[in-house]
Design a protein around this ligand. Structure first.
Ligand code: GDP
Ligand code: MG
Length: 330
């Protein structure tokens, strides 16, 4: 059976809000972070959005692991749901033959996203309870590519964690000890930059495991993710003793932690002419996109950004971004 589908026009574009510039002096090379304050001001101070509370969804993790690729499917959901409001009639995942557009994604080994980007269209949702929400999608520089020092990686991850209400930590194959170590380091940077209020500093951490191959251990999806999380992070009797402190640190940083196990997209992605068309992706991968994305983006699952327990309006978000940014660049 052919599914009815639609290609939604996207007016927006990726906007670099924080960039990393290399600087070489004779003794060492270091990177400087730059904040694109004018653009942010223009976007956030728009009359239609400035009084809304805000939900910020960020995707972070190593580079070339499909973060931007995934975000482009997020965009298809966002336009279908929040702009065209016709999620139920059509297949929001889109046309089988439509190239995947939005945040720039690609194969190869060179990074093409540096720093932090947001989608220039900010999506609006009016909750029946009266709350007016603005939703921002955020893409980050891949951590641990060869051009960046550990400190820059930590800064970008920390900043995106501080700004977002949901941080999706995109990792390949499994949760390894070094993923937890990086997470601990990054959140430590962020903690230092924030006031210590005794509350957990961050809201939701969503592990997203790409190319999950151990189906004998846990099934794809949210249920398998829960099982993996139990084993690696939660249950003391199951997790390795050496990870004890690490796990406690990560757990104490976030209000909520979830995990989702994604199947591999199929071998079509390795073809030189692959443009991200659905027809070239495995059915199983598409099914899990349809399942996973609403878990993050459906109205009932949106998480509003809070600072010290207070819901944040978008005009205040700008003040916070500026403050955080200064604390990193000082
Ligand atoms: P980013 O650097 O993390 O933003 O990665 P990109 O989104 O630019 O994608 C890098 C490459 O990974 C592209 O060639 C995609 O086709 C491919 N890719 C996307 N999703 C997946 C996935 O789930 N598994 C694998 N193995 N590759 C993927
Ligand atoms: Mg990218």
């Amino acid at each position: 059976m052919r599914t009815k589908c639609v290609v939604f026009t996207m007016q927006g574009k990726p906007m670099q809000i924080i960039s990393i510039c290399g600087e070489d002096d004779s003794s060492r090379s270091r990177c400087i972070l730059q904040l694109n304050e004018d653009e942010l001001n223009k976007m956030f101070m728009d009359e239609k959005i400035k009084d809304r509370v805000v939900s910020v969804i960020s995707v972070a993790g190593a580079f070339r692991k499909g973060k931007s690729f995934l975000l482009d499917f997020f965009l298809r959901y966002m336009y279908a749901k929040y702009v065209h409001n016709n999620l139920s009639e059509k297949d929001w995942l889109g046309d089988e033959n439509a190239p995947l557009k939005g945040f720039s994604w690609r194969g190869g080994s060179q990074r093409d996203t540096t720093g932090i980007l947001i989608w220039s269209d900010i999506f609006l949702y009016d909750n029946p309870n009266g709350e007016k929400v603005a939703i921002i999608l955020m893409d980050t520089q891949g951590t641990f590519d060869c051009d960046s020092t550990m400190k820059d990686c930590a800064n970008v991850f920390a900043l995106s964690t501080m700004i977002s209400s949901v941080q999706i930590f995109n990792i390949q194959s499994n949760i390894q000890k070094d993923d937890l170590q990086h997470l601990q380091l990054f959140t430590e940077y962020a903690r230092i930059a924030m006031e210590n209020t005794g509350k957990k500093p961050f809201q939701k951490l969503q592990f997203l495991i790409r190319d999950w191959f151990h189906r004998d251990e846990a099934p794809f999806g949210a249920l398998g993710g829960k099982q993996l999380l139990e084993q690696t992070l939660i249950r003391k009797d199951k997790r390795p003793e050496e990870n004890e402190q690490l796990c406690e640190n990560v757990k104490s940083s976030f209000n909520e932690i979830d995990c989702y196990l994604m199947p591999q997209p199929g071998y079509g992605i390795e073809e030189p002419d692959f443009r991200g068309c659905l027809k070239d992706l495995r059915g199983e991968f598409k099914e899990h996109l349809r399942d996973f994305i609403p878990l993050i983006l459906a109205p009932e699952n949106l998480i509003i950004k809070e600072i010290n327990g207070e819901k944040l309006k978008i005009d205040h978000l700008l003040t916070y971004i500026r403050l955080y940014f200064e604390s990193f660049n000082s």
